[in-house]
Design a protein around this ligand. Structure first.
Ligand code: NAP
Length: 309
């Protein structure tokens, strides 16, 4: 068993920024990187909207810099993830994936969010055989091939744009006739000759063979219910994210969409001493810069909480 004044769970911009601030406040934080070290930015392409990088920055490189900065000030960064945590009384007791026990005076939850799936049996069947949720991870396998991206938000547009540089053709399948993505991202997609929009359509089935993997998708037009088929070699699902809160086992109050609720204008959850930052508690902005800012706030809130004891 080991003890810490501040346990940080997660290693995206929120977790590492919390680490930088908590270590500079001498809390000697212990940070668990989680199942996806570096978080979602490590599977994105170039980041063009993080202030301070006028030429853009590679997501993995930026997270490596953040990691080094947190470590430099004394954050103890550990591979692995927290499998369960008892928040019923303080100090809190967490268990990691190697069955180690950590007793923490404060906890900062910065576990982010994971890709959502459409929920089709055929999607599960062909996962890794033509179905993916990460163009930067898997796009390489589809060079000069035809793919479909599903979704209408920034992620879907970003994935479609990235894939257009590798693939022969990209269909962007959206369930409405208007994109949710930011205007800048919409222009990138709508002006790209290799991307063809498929409006008002839902993926009804992903078809293929065990040997070839995905060969086609069946689409249902939401206006007239007609079914059509598109020949594709791969499908990239980009329909949003789900906050990673399962390990909390409903001990922390969540909103109806599953995001952690916070006390007004702080990072405090309903449990004194437990704070949250980043996409795990942000249903509306979900930007790296916001997550970093909230990570800073969480560390300051944890420090003030400990001072007030
Ligand atoms: P999002 O904004 O929630 O968009 C999800 C998209 O998927 C929507 O167009 C939605 O359709 C569609 N969708 C949801 N469920 C679906 C289903 N079951 N079947 C078919 N389509 C479905 O998610 P996101 O694109 O992942 O973006 C998340 C956040 O990250 C946003 O705040 C975004 O701005 C941010 N982000 C920013 C950048 C950037 O700035 N470079 C890059 C990526 C993400 P409807 O439109 O009909 O609801």
């Amino acid at each position: 068993m080991e003890t810490t004044r501040c346990l940080i769970i997660g290693s995206g911009p929120a977790g590492f920024t919390a680490g930088i601030y908590a270590s500079r406040a001498d809390l000697k934080p212990l940070l668990y990187e989680g199942e996806q070290p570096g978080g979602q930015l490590t599977i994105t392409t170039e980041i063009e909207n993080f202030p301070g990088y006028p030429e853009g920055v590679d997501g993995t490189a930026m997270m490596e810099d953040l990691r080094r900065q947190a470590a430099k000030f004394g954050t103890e960064i550990r591979s692995g993830y927290i499998t369960k945590i008892d928040l019923s009384h303080r100090p809190f007791t967490a268990t990691d994936d190697h069955n180690n026990t950590i007793v923490a005076d404060t906890v900062i939850i910065a576990t982010g969010a994971s890709a959502k799936w459409i929920g089709l049996d055929s999607e599960r069947q062909y996962y890794g055989q033509g179905v993916s949720a990460c163009a930067t991870c898997d796009g390489y396998f589809y060079r000069n091939k035809i793919v479909a991206v599903v979704g209408g938000g920034d992620t879907a547009c970003e994935e479609a744009n990235y894939l257009s540089n590798l693939c022969q053709k990209v269909y962007l399948v959206h369930r409405r006739n208007e994109l949710r993505a930011s205007k800048a991202m919409q222009h990138l997609v709508l002006d790209n000759p290799k991307i063809e929009m498929v409006w008002d359509s839902r993926v009804h089935l992903i078809g293929g063979t065990p040997e070839q993997g995905v060969t086609h998708i069946e689409l249902e037009n939401v206006k007239d219910n007609s079914i059509s088929t598109l020949k594709v070699d791969g499908v990239f699902v980009a329909i949003g994210h789900k906050p990673n809160t399962d390990f909390l086992d409903n001990q922390v109050e969540l909103d109806p969409q599953g995001y952690i609720k916070q006390q007004s204008n702080t990072t405090q959850t309903n449990i004194p001493g437990v704070f949250a930052a980043g996409d795990v508690c942000d249903p509306s902005y979900r930007q790296a810069i916001v997550a970093a800012g909230r990570g800073c706030m969480a560390a300051l809130d944890a420090e003030r909480f400990l001072q007030g004891l």
